[in-house]
Design a protein around this ligand. Sequence first.
Ligand code: ADP
Ligand code: MG
Length: 701
Amino acid sequence: MAPQYPNVPERGSSLSTPVGMLAGVGKARAGQLQQLGVNTLGDLLEYFPRRYQVEKSERPISELVSGQIQFARGEVIAVNYIPYPRKRFEATIQDPTGTLSLTWFNGAYLRDKIHPGQILRVQGKAGLFRNQPQIVQPRWQIIAPDAPLVGDDILRAIYPASTQLSSMQIWKIIEANLPSALDDVQEWFTPELLAQRSLLPRKQAFAVIHQPPTQEDARAARRRLVYDELMLMQLGLLVGKRLRQADVRAPAMRLDRLLDERIRKRFPFQLTEAQTQAVWEIVRDMQCDVPMNRLLQGDVGSGKTVVALYAMLVAIANKQQALLLAPTQILAEQHYLTISQMLAGSGVKIELLTHEAKKKGGELLRERLSRGEVHIAIGTQAILSEDVNLPDVGVVVVDEQHKLGVRQRGILREKGLSPHYLVMTATPIPRTLALSYFADFAITTIAQLPPGRQPIRTQWFRQSEAPLAYARLKNEVAAGRQAYVVVPKVEQGTEGDDPDLKNVQDHLEKLRAGELHGLRLEMLHGQMSSEDKGRTMLAFRDGKIDVLVATTVVEVGVDVPNATVMLIENAGQFGLSQLHQLRGRVGRGPHRSHCLLVGEALTEDAGQRLDALVKTSSGFDIAETDLRLRGPGEFFGVRQHGLPEFKLADIAGELEMLHLTREDAKRLLDADPQLRRPEHAAIRLELLRQFGDALELVQIG
Ligand code: ADP
Ligand code: MG
């Protein structure tokens, strides 16, 4: 039975109060807060400090906070005794930031104690008198100019500010409203769980994170609130998974030794140990009637395609169809060629789904597909959005796409299909993401390259050294090899475009006339018709082209073992994972290969990316670095998953907490699958509020 969830509730309580109605927030302030994304009291409570600043309670005069007891010091610049109407002694002290008025009533005795030129330290409650900082009845003491600062340190929260709203102003608004916000903070977890994980109560954590007595307290508060963020996500993911799997059955496949041998015989090489291991993990899933949701990750060139092909052949032997979805038409065609070659003479019917093919033999193809006469259908994800009907699809393989075809999955589901899914990726999922955004997936890793591969040599050339890079490229071509030259753009755009960015058309002409004169050059980019692209790719594959000048359309999957040079112009422009992908287009055959990065690093990040690429060849290290440099939001579009980004947790650094929360979330849902227990009411509401849409919980129940 699928768990049932009610409609998404509003956030109850005063936490939904609009900021405009809060203490100390007028119309202008409300607008400024909204610009920072703070619309309600609840948002304000979750507007977390970026860091804390230790403040000596002795502070510069200009930074005295009115209403608080503080210390200040300064040189006496004026004194005055006023006998009438009320006897008082006045002094003014000055520090580099301003002047402070001091008043002692009945202070006649101070006349021969305090004189101009002395350095005074005073303590008292600061206020304003005629717009001038003032302390009445301060304690005072004459000190040496170099006497150390005194007072108990306090920690002040520093908030992300805007030009109109300073951190201090935010601090004051939060201070004024914190008590009423805290009133409505609900505990999410049981005292036993909190004790077991040494977590502060939730209410206390919110109080302390804004006003921590010590750094250690601040850390404990942060830890508790990060735990909550991650638990919420883990619960959301697990609930979503249970909902998706409820009442859905995939075809359970059979595999025996005979079939295994028959499949392996089809491959022109022996599977590596890593590939065999991957095959077992995948097939074990497919033998169950729970739909597989597995990610097959392996560095570029690790040989994922045959592993996927193995899975497809198991499906076909079980009277099912297989669907292979590639991110681009070029790749779909390439898969079609590779797989057709391997399966030549086998009786497996393979069909390439292109828009053109569908137009030409449209009716016929559709019929053959829906009659189940096609065993393997290969196409782009786009093709699936149309009226392709695969009645018996048992396994869907998605290549080099992290978006995971959420929409496509929906389409298949609407047709009543729940096949096994295998997603191939050459950008490894950092462990922190595997435990969070990708936690829905079982992960198989191919951690070994096929035998005989040579490491790729990566070098970075400044723009002025470009001729050296092209000389290396020419050497390789002279030795019978082929090369890619990748540039960021297709053509020179309108003005406003960065003139330093190279484009395919101009660069091809320039190389033809200059550095690469006499070689056979062709271009490849995404604006060419798919026929032209296909023809060019084939010619390159057949060795009829020496150098392909291209955009990043060659980024994924292109497999031409004789190509040994990947020269990337304006290399600083590209993302780290993207550069690694491009590099993976070479080093696919027995020859030593080269990745030549050309260009200046215009930003610090760009420099770090290029350095990282030169230093490491491990896709896993690259992915971790990339995640750190870019954050999870940009890292291959995890936003697509519909999960919110975190306010507090820095996911790249929370490996341990991710493990912990994953475990706790499982245990919690095992004990209370629908979160019906009263002690889970608060988290249940929050789960629906934050994840209801993303997890399609709303439509259920
Ligand atoms: P990727 O994981 O990047 O998709 P491919 O599946 O395209 O890698 O494989 C890269 C190259 O390695 C292909 O030319 C493929 O034929 C070859 N290959 C794959 N597995 C093996 C193996 N076990 N032994 C030798 N060559 C292999
Ligand atoms: Mg591939």
